[in-house]
Design a protein around this ligand. Structure first.
Ligand SMILES: NC(=O)c1ccc[n+]([C@@H]2O[C@H](COP(=O)([O-])OP(=O)(O)OC[C@H]3O[C@@H](n4cnc5c(N)ncnc54)[C@H](OP(=O)(O)O)[C@@H]3O)[C@@H](O)[C@H]2O)c1
Length: 284
């Protein structure tokens, strides 16, 4: 049995689907089982990593854990879940971290939180693997509203390029690491096949959608206001903006070989991702 945390989110849900497809029994942790909408056959358990008592017992009978936490308290959540894994005799924890955690110069909040979370996992005594993806291709879904209504992508840091990765590839990597041996003690940085600017992504979306789209660069303060409007609090909005600004640095445009090394196939392109998500950008 493999426990997946963050199972109702972008990456966790993909990990659940990949593990089920591989025939592996899956347990999913969520704060709200009633709205989790997880596939049949998943053992859905209630628990909130912010409340250590609520995760007591959720690891009983679990052999391995895919550990995904998020938000400003993610390091404390990692520590709680890693401790529960150690207490339950779990054999291997795979932590989803962040690519920038590997850049020693990165001292903005999100890599700092993940660095502390990674440390908690390493200190737990359970065998571990750490996955550090660069930016997700699915972040482009934030553009869907203005693409649908104005044929426009609005995003800051137009000069920045990120070797964005499809969450499906993160799930494919996680599934191999969780089901095969030989990955203990490894830190893997996961990227897509090419660094892309927002304008590059806009051009690919336009080609896939078969209609002209425009890229309009926004200022960081406009982008921050958009995050606050999308219900992020000030701490998260500032953390996300600090991370977004790092698109201007060379680190995020480096393509890494790890996805292909682990899965045996090249990472999916942004064109592949856009084709799979075409309907979400379609006009009404
Ligand atoms: N977006 C990127 O470009 C990017 C790049 C690299 C790394 N990352 C990392 O990837 C992780 C996010 O992955 P994701 O987008 O798949 O996650 P997500 O969809 O944002 O969230 C996953 C799940 O976590 C639970 N959750 C959310 N906020 C929580 C909180 N404050 N306390 C407890 N549980 C909470 C929710 O599940 P329930 O409501 O069901 O409990 C949610 O469905 C973060 O660690 C982030 O730093 C992101």
């Amino acid at each position: 049995m493999i426990l997946v945390t963050g199972a109702t989110g972008t990456v966790g849900r993909a990990v659940v689907d990949h593990l089920l497809a591989a025939g592996v029994p899956v347990r999913a942790l969520t704060r709200r089982p009633e709205t989790a909408a997880l596939p049949e056959g998943v053992d859905v358990v209630r628990g909130d990593p912010a409340d250590p008592n609520s995760v007591d017992g959720v690891m009983a009978g679990v052999d391995r854990v895919f550990l995904l936490t998020t938000g400003p308290d993610l390091a404390a959540h990692d520590a709680t879940l890693a401790r529960a894994a150690a207490d339950a005799g779990v054999s291997h924890v795979v932590k989803l971290s962040s690519g920038r955690t590997g850049d020693p110069a990165a001292d903005d909040p999100i890599p700092t939180w993940h660095r502390a979370g990674e440390q908690a996992v390493r200190a737990s005594g359970v065998a571990w693997t750490i996955l550090r993806p660069l930016g997700f291709m699915s972040n482009a879904l934030h553009w869907a509203g203005t693409v649908r209504t104005q044929d426009t992508v609005r995003a800051p840091f137009g000069q920045g390029r990120i070797a964005v990765i499809d969450p499906e590839d993160i799930a494919a990597v996680a599934t191999v690491v969780l089901t095969e041996s030989g990955h203990d003690g490894r830190i893997r940085t996961l990227s897509g096949p090419e660094p892309l600017s927002p304008a590059d992504q806009t051009a690919i979306l336009a080609e896939v959608l078969d209609r002209p789209l425009r890229y309009a660069e926004t200022t960081p303060s406009e982008a921050r206001a958009g995050l606050l409007g999308a219900d992020l609090d000030e701490t998260m909005a500032d953390a996300v903006m600090a991370l977004r600004a790092t698109a201007l640095e060379a680190f995020t445009s480096v393509v890494h070989p790890d996805v292909e090394e682990i899965t045996g196939r090249a990472p999916r392109t942004f064109r592949d991702w856009a084709r799979a998500h075409r309907d979400e950008f379609a006009t009404a």
